[in-house]
Design a protein around this ligand. Structure first.
Ligand SMILES: [Zn+2]
Length: 271
C-alpha cells in the first residue's frame, strides 16, 4: 500500500476580476479578456460551443441565455458543495500533489452541468453514445456523452491506455453513466451526466470506505494504489482524477477541462 505524505499548505484560489465591465452587443461579441474572470475564460476555452461570454456578473451561453457567475453568498465548503454557483467551482486549484482539503473539481454548479449535459435523465440519455473501452485489454462497451466530444476524448484515452498491459487490473470493470444523487446528499452525482468513468474498483481506495465515520471537515489520511501514469493520460485529454482530491476517489475520472486549464492559468499568473 502506497501512502503519500500530505502537503499541508493551503492555497487560496483567487479569480482575477477587474472593475471594468464590458457589455456584449450581440451574442458573438464578448467582453475584453481583462474584464472576464480567469475561471470564466477557462470555461469559454473548455466549452466553446456552450460558453461564449461574460458581462455584469453573467455568464453567456450560446443559446442566448445567461447564468449568474457569483451569487455573492459567503459559504462553507459543504454549503458550496450543496449549492454552488459558477464562481464557487474555482475555489480550489487542481494540485500536483494531494493537498489538505483541496478537492478541486468536486464543487459543481448543478445548473451548469444540467444545462450542458441534460436537465433530466431522459435528456441526458439522448446525448449518449458508446465506445469500446481498451479493446485489447478489456473490450467492454461503455455509454458516454457525445456533448463536448467527450466520447472522442475518452476513445483517445482508451487507445493510449490499451498499450499498457501492466495496468490491466486498474482498467478493468469500468462503469460510466448512472443518474443518481450522491449518497447522503441531495446533489446529483457527476456520473449522472455521462462525463465520468469509474474503473479498477478492486484496486481503488475511497476516502469514505477508509473513514466511514469522517465528515467532509475531518482530517483524514491519503491512500492510493493507482499508478500516476494513468492519471497523466486522462489529464492529457481533459479528464481530472479523483485521486488528486483530499477526499480521494481513486477509481474516478471526470471530464473537466476547465479545471485543468484553470490550473495552467493560475501557474502562469503566479510565475
Ligand atoms: Zn466515480
Amino acid at each position: 500500500m502506497l501512502s503519500l505524505g500530505l502537503l499541508m499548505a493551503c492555497n487560496a484560489a483567487q479569480t482575477q476580476t477587474t472593475d471594468s465591465i464590458a457589455t456584449p452587443n450581440d451574442t458573438n461579441t464578448v467582453a475584453s479578456a481583462e474584464a472576464i474572470p480567469l475561471f470564466v475564460q477557462c470555461l469559454m476555452e473548455a466549452y466553446p460551443e456552450h460558453i461564449i461570454g461574460y458581462a455584469d456578473n453573467l455568464v453567456y451561453w450560446s443559446d442566448s441565455t445567461t447564468m449568474i457567475y457569483d451569487d455573492g453568498k459567503e459559504k462553507t465548503i459543504v454549503e458550496m458543495m450543496d449549492n454552488a454557483d459558477i464562481e464557487d467551482m474555482s475555489h480550489w486549484v487542481y494540485p500536483d500533489e494531494v493537498t489538505a482539503f483541496n478537492d478541486a473539481g468536486r464543487i459543481r454548479c448543478e445548473a451548469f452541468f444540467k444545462k450542458m449535459y441534460g436537465e433530466t435523465q431522459q435528456q441526458m440519455s439522448r446525448n449518449l453514445t458508446t465506445i469500446t473501452w481498451c479493446p485489447s485489454l478489456v473490450g467492454q462497451r461503455l455509454n458516454i456523452s457525445k456533448v463536448n466530444n467527450i466520447n472522442r476524448q475518452l476513445q483517445q484515452v482508451s487507445a493510449a491506455l490499451d498499450s499498457h498491459p501492466e495496468w490491466k487490473a486498474f482498467l478493468s470493470g469500468p462503469s460510466t453513466v448512472n443518474w443518481r444523487v450522491v449518497a447522503g446528499t441531495n446533489r446529483l452525482s457527476p456520473h449522472s451526466y455521462g462525463i465520468t468513468i469509474d474503473m479498477g474498483v478492486k484496486q481503488s481506495n475511497y476516502w469514505k470506505w477508509d473513514n466511514p465515520k469522517a465528515s467532509e471537515t475531518d482530517s483524514i489520511g491519503y491512500r492510493n494504489r493507482f499508478p500516476s501514469g494513468i492519471a497523466d493520460i486522462f489529464e492529457q485529454y481533459g479528464f481530472i482524477w479523483g485521486g488528486r482530491w483530499y477526499h480521494y476517489d481513486n477509481m474516478h475520472f471526470e471530464y473537466r477541462p476547465e479545471v485543468l486549464l484553470y490550473k495552467q492559468r493560475m501557474k502562469k499568473h503566479r510565475s
